[in-house]
Design a protein around this ligand. Structure first.
Ligand code: GLC
Length: 724
């Protein structure tokens, strides 16, 4: 029925109206110019992004539905990246939970809040694989690993869209972005060129997008970036070839902001008309914010330069998604119930707190200084990020209600009450300040306290789009502040709040304990307090490798052996040491080759041990599943959740393979002294790789299986895959 209705509608549309559906306009403010309203009336606008209010949204929709010739409803898009009113932890932090089900719940909450506000379409999940923390948008994605990013991206798609072909109430269309390879911008410099060999593109960068397409994502957004000489937005091999033909993607592709006209700046098109030709032929269906389609596509079709069928194909996809969003049946959004639209409800805040709790990664905990001991009677709360309601929300939180944020200081005050004295001093005006005048007061507060909690890192405004940084150190004088605090001799616990891996080696050396709390969103404060006081054992695991220095970047766990592997990696060569001990191996003269903290790493207040790994069959025929079973035991005195991880290595193949690749993970909750057997089944697709013919390839040979609590897992077993 839907297709018949779409076909009938398409047949009645003029070329101008078809081109109109392919235009998404940005809302300039509360009022729109008459020419825009006239364009809606003429059926020459398909979508808006960033409407200012539900009232404005319904007002524009009423013009489209009741005053235009065919009454085709508009679709309204918005960046709902990690929450709408309720701001959840940034996606990189959500990835650290390794908890797709909870991420899905958060996305469903965001969808409900957004739809109530008149948003039909969220420009998320962002599933760009990033291995370069200099790139500010690493905060928006799910880290360095394609499997983890794919599971998280698919969870967001399910949370946004629900299941089934047509959106139910409180759901929004999702948008997998930025297709593709944007996370590989050279030197981590925003909007820079990407050179990605097709095997790497397919084996790493495309994997999470395919997971989103397999999860039924309604839309995909093309990237700004130049991919191997052809910018993604004009890249036919990518859009029509891989996304639509090879994967069978049936939704529509929207460009990123003005990415069509930017094809001129790229040098792919001589003018905007040719940019329109390049993009629409490549398979782009809707143009965001710029007007190359609106200004030129009609004439290009009339002149026979762009086949009408290409336009019809794009409009068919757009109309189909509008129908699946339910816009033809329910074009208007009723105002939400009387609940205050400015803040989240209790349920959402509880979920936000739980997701933030599970995202916290414990990096070190010398002498079990955490959880805070019962005999602690006074705490110094220091640092520029202890009480910043806006910065803790992170990037892409424009609809967030900073007034609803609960900061760490507020949460600590509530928790400590009159029982524990709190002495709060910022020490620095903000995280980028070099002004040390506040240090004395901070040191004095530390000297009056049994414990020092320092909240440092980077503000949300230093992360996200157009926020590349060439240095990854703690900005400003934060390391110096930590040094002064450490010199007081009081136990120093450092809480990092950031949107990317920072260089934390020095700060961790100064600290007895350290946790990475990312930008935890509305409920960051209570979540951090919950972990610091032991309401739960920290269970977060790093979704991205932490470099010792920016000179190691790009750095990631799934590297290859090379022909001269570093033997454990010399931790630098002390000054004056004769150089001849340095072997001819893949290492550096001045820093260890290993990361400061590896992918998958995270400590707990308890300890987990792995044992009894059995992989069967030891000799598998091609196509036969392989089972791995192992025991995880909580050998400590408190309960905890362990993210058990399974990695595989294909020792010899026609394309060199990574030393490890994450293939499975599972969260295992264990009471003290309890244990559980974890079983994973590896399907043939799990050991396939992209061969030199660009096809999924499985070759016989010997495979290592590693299981453990991070990517350095040492418990290993071997299985052999024999020729069928
Ligand atoms: C931005 C971002 C993209 C976002 C879009 C609309 O430039 O690149 O992720 O969805 O424009 O705001």
């Amino acid at each position: 029925m839907a297709d018949r209705a779409t076909a009938d509608l398409l047949a009645r549309m003029t070329l101008a109206q078809k081109v109109g559906q392919m235009a998404q306009l940005a809302i300039p403010g509360d009022e729109l110019p008459d020419e825009t309203l006239d364009a809606i009336r003429a059926g020459r606008v398909g979508s808006f992004l960033n409407t200012r209010s539900l009232e404005q949204r319904n007002r524009l929709q009423r013009i489209a539905v009741e005053e235009s010739p065919l009454g085709i409803p508009l679709i309204f898009g918005r960046d709902v990246i990690h929450g709408f009113k309720t701001i959840f932890p940034i996606p990189l932090a959500q990835a650290a939970t390794f908890h797709p089900q909870l991420v899905e719940e958060a996305a469903a909450t965001a969808a409900r809040e957004a739809r109530e506000a008149g948003v039909d379409w969220a420009f998320a999940p962002m599933v760009d694989i990033a291995r370069d923390p200099r790139w500010g948008r690493i905060a928006e994605g799910f880290g360095e690993d394609p499997r983890l990013a794919g599971e998280m991206g698919a969870a967001v798609v399910r949370g946004f869209q629900g299941d089934g072909d047509v959106l139910g109430p409180g759901r929004v269309a999702a948008c997998a972005k930025h297709f593709a390879g944007y996370g590989a911008v050279e030197a981590g410099r925003e909007y820079n060129t990407t050179w990605i060999p097709e095997q790497l593109l397919r084996e790493i960068h495309l994997v999470p997008f395919k997971a989103c397409v397999d999860a039924g994502v309604f839309t995909v957004m093309s990237a700004f970036s130049d991919l191997n000489g052809v910018p993604a937005t004009g890249n036919e091999r990518l859009l029509r070839g891989i996304l639509k033909a090879e994967w069978g993607f049936s939704g529509f592709v929207v460009s990123d902001w003005a990415a069509v006209t930017e094809l001129v700046q790229h040098g792919l098109a001589g003018d905007e008309a040719r940019a329109a030709v390049q993009a629409v032929r490549a398979g782009l269906d809707m143009e965001m914010a710029s007007r190359a389609f609106a200004d030129h596509l009609e004439r290009l079709v009339e002149d026979g330069i762009v086949p009408l069928g290409v336009v019809d194909g794009a409009v068919w996809r757009i109309l189909t998604i509008k129908r699946r969003v339910g816009l033809f049946e329910r074009p208007y959004v009723e105002p939400p119930p009387s609940r205050c639209a400015s803040a989240a409800g209790y349920g959402e805040l509880t979920l936000a707190r739980q997701l933030a709790r599970e995202s916290v990664v414990l990096l070190k905990n010398d002498d079990r200084v955490l959880p805070v001991r019962p005999d602690v009677r006074s705490i110094a709360v220091v640092g520029p990020l202890a009480d910043d309601a806006r910065e803790q929300l992170g990037c892409w939180a424009y609809d967030g209600d900073a007034g609803a944020s609960v900061t760490a200081l507020s949460a600590l005050r509530e928790r400590c009450g009159s029982g524990i004295a709190l002495h709060h001093e910022k020490g620095l005006a903000d995280c980028r300040s070099d002004d040390r005048h506040g240090f004395d007061a901070a040191v004095a507060a530390a000297l009056r306290s049994d414990l020092v909690l320092a909240f440092v890192g980077e503000g949300g405004n230093l992360t996200g789009e157009a926020r590349s940084r060439a240095f990854l150190d703690l900005p400003g004088a934060q390391n110096e502040l930590l040094s002064c605090l450490a010199q007081t001799g009081r136990p120093l616990v450092t809480v990092f709040m950031a949107g990317r891996p920072l260089i934390v080696g020095r700060a961790c050396e100064l600290s007895r304990a350290a946790v990475y709390a990312w930008h935890g969103g509305t409920m960051a404060g209570p979540a951090i307090a919950d972990v610091l006081f032991g309401d739960l054992s920290p269970c977060g695991k790093l979704p991205v490798s932490f470099p010792r220095t920016v000179g190691q970047v790009p750095i990631y766990y799934s590297g290859k052996n090379t022909g001269r592997p570093a033997r454990g990696g010399a931790r630098g060569i002390p000054p004056g040491t004769p150089l001849d001990p340095v072997g001819f191996e893949s290492t550096y003269l001045d820093v260890d080759v290993t990361p400061e903290y590896p992918f998958g790493f995270g400590l707990s207040y308890t300890e987990f041990q792995y044992g009894d790994l059995r992989v069967t069959p030891a000799r598998a025929r091609d196509g036969e599943p392989v089972r791995a079973a192992f025991r995880v035991t909580n050998v400590g005195d408190v309960s905890g959740v362990e993210v058990a991880q399974l990695y595989v290595r294909d020792r010899v193949a026609s394309v060199t393979r990574p030393l490890r690749e994450l293939k499975r993970f599972a969260r295992v909750a264990l009471e003290a002294k309890a244990s559980a057997v974890v079983e994973f089944t590896l399907a043939p697709a799990d050991i396939a790789f992209v061969g030199n013919d660009m096809r999924a390839t499985i070759e016989p040979g010997v495979f290592d299986v590693f299981v453990g609590g991070d990517s350095r897992a040492t418990l290993a077993a071997v299985f052999e895959l024999s020729q069928a």
